[in-house]
Design a protein around this ligand. Structure first.
Ligand SMILES: [Fe+2]
Ligand SMILES: [Fe+2]
Length: 242
């Protein structure tokens, strides 16, 4: 249900990194969020190693959420080579994992992909030379293409783009500059900037990055990795009004 001002309250957290030795690690937090937000967005690295045991622990907490839970996977959710199983467990718990399809909640659109590495500006890796380099770049291009296609299907005036990897460098500040190209891809921002309806972008992955930035066309970007939010706000989530 939208707020009095007609805005949707979107809570976001990235980098949950649920481990198999934890018990209901997000149960209380999700209950708290259910009182202050209309939708909960999870920005990847939902599990620590992509184990089914970890996904099942998070699934129990997802089941307890009183508001819709949507999100994307992160690179850690791929570590055991079974991201589809992680998706399935969370899907059965009621979470919507976005990849190629966008959804609409209370008049606000949500499109999301994990994203990929690849760099920014002059540091962006180009699809030139060896087939291995081309295959690598193709993954980054494909993530950006999926995001663009999903955003194009939305007919809402307001939408949120959900990512794990960063689309901009602004929110990476605080991480070593040498690894910026492994923390995101400018191609994601290029896709976002084709649409006026994207009002906010949320991502995770850069645990030591900066909370706020903008795409080249000025769309706000928020790094909601919980390790960034906790020292800044004293809590592990933010609520954006969209
Ligand atoms: Fe992470
Ligand atoms: Fe990550």
């Amino acid at each position: 249900m939208a707020n009095d001002n007609g805005k949707l309250r979107v809570a976001a957290i990235g980098d949950l990194h649920v481990r198999e030795d934890e018990t209901a690690p997000f149960r209380e937090l999700f209950a708290e969020i259910g009182n202050v937000a209309d939708v909960l967005v999870l920005c990847g690295d939902l599990t620590n190693f992509g184990k089914t045991s970890e996904a099942k622990i998070l699934a129990e907490d997802v089941k307890s959420s009183t508001i819709p839970v949507i999100g994307v996977l992160g690179n850690h959710d791929y570590e055991c080579g079974q991201p589809e199983k992680v998706c399935e467990i969370l899907h059965e718990a009621g979470m919507t994992i976005l990849d190629e399809q966008a959804i609409e909640i209370e008049g606000v659109g949500f499109a999301g992909v994990k994203g990929f590495v690849g760099g920014f500006g002059r540091g962006e890796l180009a699809p030139f030379g060896e087939p291995e380099i081309k295959a690598f770049v193709d993954i980054a291009q494909n993530e950006a293409r999926k995001l663009e296609n999903a955003l194009r299907t939305l007919r809402t005036e307001r939408s949120v783009a959900i990512l794990h990897y960063s689309p901009v460098q602004d929110t990476l500040v605080g991480e070593p500059i040498e690894i910026f190209q492994y923390l995101g891809s400018q191609r994601l921002a290029d896709s976002i900037d084709r649409f006026d309806h994207v009002k906010a972008v949320v991502h995770g992955h850069a645990h030591h990055g900066t909370y706020e930035g903008r795409t080249p066309r000025g769309t706000p970007v928020y790094n909601v990795a919980r390790f960034v939010l906790e020292p800044l706000f004293g809590r592990r989530y933010v609520v954006l009004e969209v």
